[in-house]
Design a protein around this ligand. Structure first.
Ligand SMILES: Cc1cc2nc3c(=O)[nH]c(=O)nc-3n(C[C@H](O)[C@H](O)[C@H](O)COP(=O)(O)OP(=O)(O)OC[C@H]3O[C@@H](n4cnc5c(N)ncnc54)[C@H](O)[C@@H]3O)c2cc1C
Length: 741
């Protein structure tokens, strides 16, 4: 039998930019660090008693400036074996590069039996993979930035300029861009935000902010019915409760109510929920809408190593309305005041005490606030506290005893103007939005994802983010693996650092959109967008007297992370249920757990978001997502739109999973390494729960409106608690569009 050549390939990320990786690969000292157990012997290599020569093979120059190719031949000087050829193609990914490694062996005719040949091939593949992993580690060790002394500031000590100077050596591009934007004050906010998140990741929380006091005297007349902490999404909720249901509402914020540092995208159909509730008109919303574009795209990069081609999914009605979030909240502030609500700016939440009756029912809550310019605290009484203090809400941390989120999307970006106009991918067409776009395989072991939404004039809001899981099967996950080899990092740099991501953002931006001559950043946008993998309405029991809303509840999809969109879609449901609960005195945690934006179909998105995080090789996320997009596209734009707007039905889900498996059977094999056994078990539980809910909703739908009305009439008459349950179930199905089929 003649000798047959076989080629074994692997694809890896090297933690060095292209030119540097090329130099390193030609450095023999790096080769001798690989676990080949060979020793340098003059100009030869000594291995298991044989002498080998390694000679570079001349390669023609690559026509693409973003690629390099190099090759070596390894010959055994004492035997007549055919030489082994190693070819490495490097692909530029700005901060790092990817290497496609191909090793060609010649299988000796002493392996004639097919089974043995297969085994031999498998064995060689393991060898190549081991050497490639060793190469990844050696390059990383050489390139890993040295950590240096911590940046020594306590919170609140540093003024913006001093903080900027201290951070400049570590994040030079970020500081320069913030200076250009006159946004140094944001540095301190980011600095605090990062450290706040580090406390959350460490599982720290303050148990003294909440107390239950049985039999504590309650004022005869409460100051308010509802007190809202936090003037973001809570403000929208408060306006509905005051204007539509007439409850006496007070809302406070540690800053100015209605001040927000982000932009929101949504679709017109979703926004219509606010108009249908009667709290705004389309005419009032017109100046709030910055732009409405005709189409949006989801696109993942075609990896050079993947057999699956790139696939684009066009979604004209997903996130295609860009809002001026500040203008919307200012409008809502005015609406709340018009409806008789009270607003307290610059009041920080300090503590809430829940007063219960002898029968363990909630009599009232007393909320203690610290006004900004006063040494005296204020205490206000109401029936309930609505916690809208966002993802770092101290009450949410307490409720979840230090493990509040399953996942997070660290997100940074800028509103910028002056990009190259045009219709190419790297130019900006103001009639199109990028919903989710990747332009490369992993960078720093993270799959970076871009969003770009045109705003006013030639402005473009650009976000860069990545998905990270914080828990797996209920257990805390390990910290993120790698840092970008950009600059030395301070020792106290937090995990999932936003400043580190900003540094990557400024370096990578031209690979996403080309700046033109008059380009400039206008303002930074950033945040940690949390997600929870909920198996139930409330995976931790609610604190008595406190109902979370917005990011404090974190019921938005852990895939799309559209907290604003989820809140708006559900605000009609959560406010009408709360009104019912208040009118029937159903304010214990057992009752209020029904008053939530939880959607059973959203819990399934957790698994989708897990597959957005790299698991083995740099191209895996892009490859799977391209197979997934091809599936969604083949199933039609209605289904794809439902998927991205959290209205996925049982049949939709089955089709998506089935056709993706058909197109990409590997998904079976990777589920266990990606999710682990607890993760697969959770997936199964989610699916069972989802199926049961779908079956119940289907029965209710078939039964018709008259049965719904009869159920509500009977339950209202005999058991208000049952009435709340029935209402909550129908409201959830309606939000998911399950009663429209
Ligand atoms: C960069 C970025 C882009 C996003 N883009 C979109 C998008 O396009 N579409 C979408 O649907 N969602 C988007 N989101 C998610 C969305 O912005 C959030 O879900 C939403 O802003 C959460 O609002 P919130 O009011 O719950 O929390 P926050 O916005 O965090 O507001 C919390 C409020 O509580 C106040 N507060 C906090 N602590 C205290 C305290 N101790 N005392 C008093 N007040 C306190 C804060 O000052 C703040 O005003 C984005 C998020 C980010 C970070």
């Amino acid at each position: 039998m003649p000798p047959t050549p076989i080629t074994i390939t692997d694809y890896i990320e090297l933690a060095a930019p292209l030119a540097e990786a090329e130099t390193l690969l030609h450095d023999e000292s790096l080769w001798s660090q690989l676990p080949i157990k060979a020793e340098r012997n003059g100009t030869f290599w000594h291995y298991q008693g044989d002498l080998y020569a390694i000679n570079p093979v001349p390669m023609p120059p690559c026509p693409d400036p973003h690629q390099r190719q190099m090759a070596w031949q390894i010959s055994n000087l004492g035997a007549s074996h055919t030489p082994i050829q190693i070819t490495i193609t490097l692909y530029d990914a700005v901060l790092v590069c990817h290497a496609a490694v191909a090793v060609t062996f010649t299988l000796h005719p002493t392996f004639p039996v097919p089974g043995i040949r297969l085994w031999h091939r498998w064995n060689l593949t393991q060898h190549v993979r081991r050497y490639c992993s060793a190469l990844v580690n050696r390059v990383r060790e050489r390139r890993l930035p040295q950590t240096v002394a911590p940046v020594s500031f306590g919170l609140g000590e540093a003024d913006a300029a001093t903080l900027a100077d201290a951070l400049r050596p570590y994040y030079p591009q970020t500081i320069a861009a913030f200076e250009q934007m006159h946004a140094l004050d944001h540095l301190e906010r980011i600095w605090k935000l990062e450290r706040g998140w580090q406390h959350i990741l460490n599982g720290e929380y303050d148990p003294t902010i909440y107390a239950i006091e049985p039999n504590r005297p309650t004022p005869a007349i409460l100051d308010f019915d509802l007190i809202y902490a936090g003037g973001g999404l809570g403000l929208l909720h408060a306006v509905v409760m005051a204007r539509c249901y007439g409850w006496r509402v007070m809302l406070f914020d540690r800053g100015e109510v209605g001040c927000v540092h982000r932009e929101w995208n949504i679709s017109r159909d979703e926004l219509a929920a606010l108009v249908q509730l009667g709290i705004v008109t389309w005419a009032e919303l017109a100046p709030v809408i910055m732009r409405e574009y005709r189409d949006g795209v989801v696109r993942f990069a075609a990896s050079p190593h993947s057999p699956i081609p790139e696939y684009e999914l066009w979604l004209p009605t997903v996130l295609n309305v860009a809002l001026d979030a500040g203008a919307l909240l200012r409008l809502m502030r005015r609406k709340l005041l018009e409806a008789g609500g009270t607003i307290l700016d610059n009041h920080t939440f300090r503590r809430v005490t829940v007063c219960t009756t002898r029968r363990q029912q909630i009599a009232s809550i007393a909320v203690e606030l610290a006004p900004q310019h006063s040494s005296h605290s204020e205490v206000w009484h109401a029936r309930l506290l609505l916690d809208g203090m966002g993802s770092t809400s101290p009450l949410a941390l307490l409720r979840h005893a230090g493990t509040p989120f399953a996942g997070v999307c660290p997100t940074v970006g800028t509103v910028a103007r002056g990009f190259e106009p045009g219709r190419t991918r790297t130019s900006v067409d103001p009639t199109l939005g990028d919903i989710l776009v990747s332009v490369a395989d992993t960078q720093g072991n993270r799959q970076m994802i871009w969003e770009g939404f045109p705003g006013r004039d030639d402005e473009l809001t650009v976000y860069l983010f990545y998905y990270a899981a914080l828990t797996e099967g209920g257990r805390t996950r390990r910290k993120p693996a790698d840092l970008f080899p950009l600059a030395p990092l301070p020792l106290d740099a937090p995990d999932y650092s936003l400043l580190e991501l900003f540094e990557a953002y400024f370096a990578l931006l031209p690979s996403y959109k080309q700046p033109a001559a008059d380009f400039g950043h206008i303002k930074p946008v950033y945040g940690y967008i949390p997600g929870r993998h909920s198996l139930s309405r409330h995976d931790a029991p609610l604190l008595a007297g406190v109902l979370p809303v917005g990011d404090a509840a974190a019921q938005q999809s852990p895939l799309t992370f559209c907290g604003f969109g989820s809140h708006v879609r559900n605000v009609g449901r959560t406010t009408s249920l709360l009104d019912y609960a208040l009118r029937h005195d159903l304010t214990s945690p057992r009752h209020l757990q029904r008053v939530t934006a939880f959607q059973v179909n959203v819990s399934l998105n957790w698994v989708f978001s897990r597959f957005m995080q790299p698991w083995s090789r740099p191209h895996h996320v892009n490859e799977l997502q391209n197979a997934f997009l091809a599936t969604l596209d083949s199933l039609g734009s209605d289904l794809a739109t439902r998927f991205f707007q959290d209205r996925m039905r049982w049949h939709d889900y089955n089709q998506v999973v089935w056709y993706t498996m058909e197109r990409y059977p590997n998904v079976f094999l990777i589920a266990f390494p990606v999710l682990g056994i607890p993760g697969v078990w959770q997936w199964f539980c989610d699916y069972v729960r989802f199926s049961l809910a779908a079956a119940t909703a289907h029965t209710a739908h078939r039964a018709g409106a008259s049965i719904e009305a009869a159920l509500l009439r009977v339950s209202d008459q005999y058991a208000a608690e049952l009435g709340l349950r029935v209402r909550a179930a129908y409201a959830e199905w309606r939000t998911m569009g399950w009663l429209d089929e």
